[in-house]
Design a protein around this ligand. Structure first.
Ligand code: ASP
Length: 344
């Protein structure tokens, strides 16, 4: 087998940050500083190139223009590399991983996203280990020569997660990510133990197709007892609104009051698509289990099953960005497109 060729795409995030000497706040810094701090990378027998964002960002500034940039770098370099490692801030990493999953259709190579909780220049940094493991995963091949991972995934500390199934769970633990409804794709210990059952098995039928369209005319509405009717109506009547992620209670339940039902059904009649995603970190929406949830289904609210919020909102942005009829958007929300949910 030939020497693996990997492209590192550096977008910013804590991994490459340094402390501002005056304010002591962390700010993004350039790639050469980052790589200088990981001399061990040279011990890997890989051919590694890098591409850095002109202005590396804190990932709280991430938006769909950046997603397009990352997707376009991957598209332009797709045939030149065996795998891609994206260095990214942790705050919105799960959103980027989900968005890229929907944007990169027919992906047949690893896109491994990682970052760190402590900057790479700090003595106790988790960045060095994360970067090296991400490179090893991006370079890993099966006996038939194909990449072991052929999807977008997040590598963080001890685990590799499916990108569109992961959520940031901790602001300070080194194991910052988790999939609450899907197993880890790999466990990182003495070895990198892949779960071949959990990894994507799709047989890609065509070459990579990048769907650049992303429509941000979507919002989320989280239910809480005492929700204000006029605020809800205001949000549902926002000009340009196309889709809503409704973060419901438990197994997908919502209040069964007249004003609430009216607000939602009127919005659906106006063509707004509503996807029901539970506020619980674990377990799916089971529309119809309770009367309070059945009502939503009858009105035309779509069940999001066990999808994460990050995957739900980026899937909606992606679907509305494809200029397809609204019925097709609704249809595609009911089914998994890239392993983002399981229908029981
Ligand atoms: N604020 C940082 C970011 O998301 C946090 C991190 O990287 O861990 O860019």
């Amino acid at each position: 087998m030939t020497r693996p060729k990997i492209l590192i795409i550096y977008t910013g995030g804590t991994i490459g940050m340094i402390e501002d000497p005056t304010t002591h706040a962390l700010r993004p810094f350039d790639f050469s500083h980052l790589i200088e701090n990981v001399p061990k990378v040279k011990m890997l027998d890989y051919s590694i190139d890098n591409y850095q964002f002109k202005n590396p960002i804190d990932s709280s500034n991430m938006n769909f223009e950046h997603w397009r940039d990352i997707a376009s770098i991957i598209e332009r370099n797709y045939n030149l590399y065996d795998g891609f490692v994206v260095l990214h801030g942790t705050d919105t990493m799960a959103y980027t991983a989900s968005a890229l999953t929907f944007m990169l259709e027919n992906l047949d190579k690893p896109v491994i996203i990682t970052g760190s909780q402590l900057p790479i220049g700090e003595v106790r940094t988790d960045g060095e280990e994360n970067l090296i493991t991400a490179l090893q995963i991006a370079a890993s091949r099966r006996p038939d020569g194909r990449s072991t991972v052929r999807e977008v995934a997040i590598l963080f500390e001890d685990y590799l997660w499916r990108g569109c199934r992961a959520t940031k769970r901790s602001a300070d633990n080194f194991n910052a990510f988790q999939s609450n409804n899907y197993p880890a794709l790999a466990h990182v210990g003495l070895d990198i133990d892949y779960d071949y059952e959990a990894l994507a098995h799709k047989e890609t039928t065509g070459s990579l197709k990048v769907n650049y369209g992303m429509d941000p005319n979507v919002i989320e509405l989280t239910l809480n007892p005492g929700l204000n009717a006029s605020f809800l109506n205001h949000a549902l009547n926002a000009p340009g609104l196309k889709g809503v992620i409704l973060r419901s209670y438990g197994a997908g339940n919502a209040p069964d009051t007249e004003w609430f039902n009216k607000a939602l059904s009127e919005a659906i009649e106006r063509g707004i698509v509503i996807l029901n995603v539970t506020q619980c970190v674990h377990g799916p929406v089971r529309a119809g289990r309770y009367l309070a949830g059945e009502k939503l289904l009858d009105m035309g609210v779509i069940s999001g099953h066990d999808i994460t919020f990050e995957a739900a909102i980026t899937k909606m942005m992606h679907l509305f960005g494809q200029n397809i009829p609204i019925e097709e958007v609704r249809q595609k929300l009911t089914r998994p497109m890239a392993g983002e949910m399981t229908i029981r």
